[in-house]
Design a protein around this ligand. Structure first.
Ligand code: COA
Length: 314
């Protein structure tokens, strides 16, 4: 790694970043106690005219070559003018260009919106969750690599959104009916209620691809998707986060159905259930969504949108 030069990164607009001596840096609110006073810290005062508006500190942990940790703080009266973002950005650039860092990171409480926004403006992306970070509030791990696109570019904006927008869990299941209208239902190893075949959609996988894959893995059958019978939003339930269920009408060749090979790790047995057998063995929300989807298929009214298996009240 290159040695730190003695000049400070440029800020512009009549404001300056002034290098501070190790040990003279006040402890920023947002960080792990104590680290700013050690000798591996590059700290900069943000001077706004005659005032010291705040501080940005970059610590280079001894055992993590090429990585730096950021903390920053403004005096309350200096906030609200965009000072922090430009100072942070200048120090990040300094870390990559002059100090030869390959990665700069920060830890911020999930509720600290000004810190999250200023970090984003300096090109740091959300990377993960630090559970129980401070006072029972989770934290966010933020990071930028020297190879990441410049803040302000389209690529940087998309990458930041990808890292910070919510991702919704998707589930893909199959309605497979026999000539009598009975549904193929799985008796599972890991939970009591019987369920429709299918499972969780993998990252970067489409729901339709997922249902075909799941049927192949769980039952050893080759399925073909005919239509999307229902979409049902599943609210959070018994510790599970909310999810969106895609319920597909699926056909399976009779020969495959006659030679089902159960994935024994997950499936104990399969059953063809009429409505009353389904109601006896499946969870209420499964019964609701299956009934609504079958009714829509029989009426030919197209995909039905449900919330928790019920038609929503608009
Ligand atoms: C983090 C800090 C430096 C930000 O400075 P700031 O001057 O408040 O920043 P800005 O005024 O540029 O605001 C940044 C963003 O937060 C938003 N914001 C500011 N105060 C807010 C508040 N109380 N509630 C919600 N949003 C707020 C602003 O609207 C802005 O968002 P935008 O870019 O979408 O418009 C300052 O709040 C601070 O010193 N906090 C305490 C120390 C700290 O938490 N450090 C960070 C981790 S080490």
């Amino acid at each position: 790694m290159t040695q730190a030069p003695h000049h400070a990164p440029i800020l512009g607009d009549g404001r300056e970043l002034r290098r501070m001596a190790p040990g003279s840096v006040p402890q920023p609110e947002g960080d792990v106690p104590g680290w700013v006073s050690d000798e591996h810290v590059h700290a900069f005062a943000i001077d706004d005219g005659d005032e010291q508006a705040g501080v940005v500190a970059l610590r280079l942990p001894e055992h993590r070559d090429g990585a730096g940790q950021l903390a920053w703080q403004l005096r309350p009266e200096s906030r609200g003018r965009g000072l922090a973002a430009s100072a942070l950005r200048a120090v990040v650039e300094h870390g990559f260009t002059d100090l030869g860092l390959r990665r700069i990171e920060a830890y911020v409480a999930r509720t600290n919106r000004p810190a999250l926004r200023t970090a984003a403006q300096a090109g740091l992306r959300t990377e993960g969750v630090l559970r129980g970070f401070r006072d029972g509030v989770d934290g966010v791990v933020l990071g930028r690599l020297s190879t990441d696109p410049e803040p302000g570019t389209r690529d940087a904006f998309t990458a930041w959104l990808n890292s910070s927008l919510p991702t919704k869990r998707a589930i893909a299941q199959a309605l497979i009916r026999d000539d009598a209208g009975c549904l193929l239902v799985c008796e599972l190893v890991y939970k009591k209620p019987w369920d429709l075949p299918g499972g969780v959609v993998d990252p970067q996988e489409s729901p339709a691809t997922a249902v075909v894959r799941e049927l192949h893995e769980e039952l050893g059958v080759t399925a073909e998707v005919r239509s999307l019978a229902a979409v049902s939003w599943l609210p959070a339930w018994r510790g599970w986060d909310d999810a969106t269920l895609f319920l597909f009408e699926v056909t399976v060749p009779a020969a495959d159905l006659g030679a089902i090979q159960l994935e024994a790790r997950e499936i104990r047995a399969v059953h063809w259930c009429d409505d009353s057998e389904l109601a006896e063995h499946a969870a209420d929300y499964t019964v609701r969504v299956a009934r609504q989807a079958c009714a829509a298929l029989d009426a030919g009214t197209g995909t039905v949108y449900l919330e928790d298996g019920r038609p929503p009240r608009w």
